[in-house]
Design a protein around this ligand. Structure first.
Ligand code: HEM
Length: 366
């Protein structure tokens, strides 16, 4: 034990680590009845770190050129030691991140955690969500397969339905009239530098808001007390709660392990789950595949554009839905957070999930 104590002393006299531990880890108290849904934020932090690490490894061999991109990905998968693993962790990891993001958002919605002066936490989360979708969209093009090429063509086409600016927007996104090398260049720059940098900053803002305001108590059981909306700033404390470290940290670690096991299980037992046939063919602008579909999390948007007689109505519906979601903490202002006592909003959320699933399944089979 002596060497450990010496090591801690070494850091303590320089950085005051014992004081940090006492205040920020062991002394940072969470509500007594905090549940597993609260671990999803930490799961997301870890999954994003994994994306950054695997992304850097892929970058060592990937070539962002329409002539070479597909071959470079094949080289990573077939020739580079463990290249297949990093590629799968990155590509399937993106899908697992979207699943974790949706679950995190749903838990926040059902527990009303956006209430009690947490508008900034919600808004930063909402922007993070959109940026993540952007990262997925830009990343999808990079392997330059038939799937990448045509899914990006369909997705960028949708912007053309916006009146007046639509055509300019399509050209701006593509860097030309059609998807080509210029599109690959801008998507690559956004995917590896622009969006990750913005996302890192925003995750910092999000965590700052969570920590500064104080985590909300779960709206269940005898511990629940309604939110007081005070006219001044107040940090929500949880005296008598459980320490973040080691008590809560163990719970976080268990759910993080579960998600990593889930990711590895897909890689080893269902590697083709997110890779249709067209993901293995190089992009060919002169050969439109018969069934081109966006990723599962964009299917709802893709199908909404097809349901309505004109695409502009579909875009309008999506715009209204996203605006409602962005402004939710300003719309649902009541202090009540117990799901059973908020029938209107909880019914909206349940209906929202059912419609999302139904439209996505419809989009998949249509
Ligand atoms: C990369 C994405 C994200 C990361 C890393 C992240 C991280 C976190 C963490 C660590 C917490 C505290 C623990 C917890 O409740 O899970 C949290 C809470 C919260 N997050 Fe996120 N989050 C992300 C995305 C989002 C999104 C998309 C939304 C909603 C649009 C959102 C809304 C919230 C809210 C309102 C809270 C406060 C919960 C409370 O105080 O009880 N987050 N987030």
């Amino acid at each position: 034990m002596q060497p450990i104590k010496m090591l801690v002393d070494f850091f303590d006299v320089r950085l005051g680590v014992r004081d940090l531990y006492a205040k920020e880890l062991n002394g940072y108290l969470l509500p007594r009845n905090v549940n597993a849904w609260y671990t999803l934020g930490a799961v997301l932090v870890v999954l994003f770190k994994l994306q950054i690490i695997t992304g850097i490894l892929l970058l060592m061999f990937y070539v962002p050129d329409a002539e070479k991109a597909f071959a470079s990905v094949q080289y990573i998968v077939n020739e580079v030691p463990f290249g297949w693993l990093f590629r799968m962790l990155h590509a399937i990891g993106a899908n697992v991140i979207v699943i974790a993001l949706l679950l995190h958002m749903l838990s926040v919605l059902f527990m009303g955690s956006y209430k009690g002066r947490r508008e900034f936490t919600w808004l930063s989360g909402f922007i993070i969500f959109n940026l993540t979708m952007g990262l997925c969209l830009t990343g999808y093009l990079l392997p330059w397969s038939q799937l990448s090429f045509w899914a990006t063509t369909v997705a960028t086409d949708a912007a053309g339905a916006i009146p007046i600016v639509g055509d300019y927007l399509v050209e701006f996104l593509r860097g030309g009239p059609t998807v080509g090398n210029q599109t690959l260049g801008r998507f690559f720059a956004l995917h590896v530098v622009g969006m990750p940098l913005a996302l890192l900053g925003l995750i910092g803002v999000h965590l700052f808001c969570v920590k500064r305001r104080g985590i909300s108590s779960p709206p269940f059981g005898p511990d629940y007390s309604g939110n007081e909306t005070l006219p001044f700033f107040d940090h929500e404390k949880h005296s008598g709660g459980i320490p973040f470290f080691p008590n809560y940290f163990v719970k976080d670690a268990a759910v993080i392990c579960f998600f990593i096991a889930f990711l590895l299980a897909i890689i080893f037992y269902a590697p083709g789950l997110f890779f249709p046939e067209s993901a293995f063919q190089p992009a060919d602008p002169f050969l439109t595949p018969p069934h081109i579909k966006p990723e599962w999390y964009f299917l709802w948007a893709y199908q909404t554009l097809k349901i309505f007689p004109s695409e502009i109505v579909g875009l309008g519906v999506q715009g209204v839905f996203m605006t409602f979601l962005a402004l939710l903490p300003f719309i649902d202002r009541g202090p009540e957070r117990r799901p059973g006592k908020r029938p209107l909003f909880v019914t909206c959320y349940v209906l929202g999930i059912l419609i999302f699933v139904a439209i996505s399944v419809w989009g998949h089979y249509s």
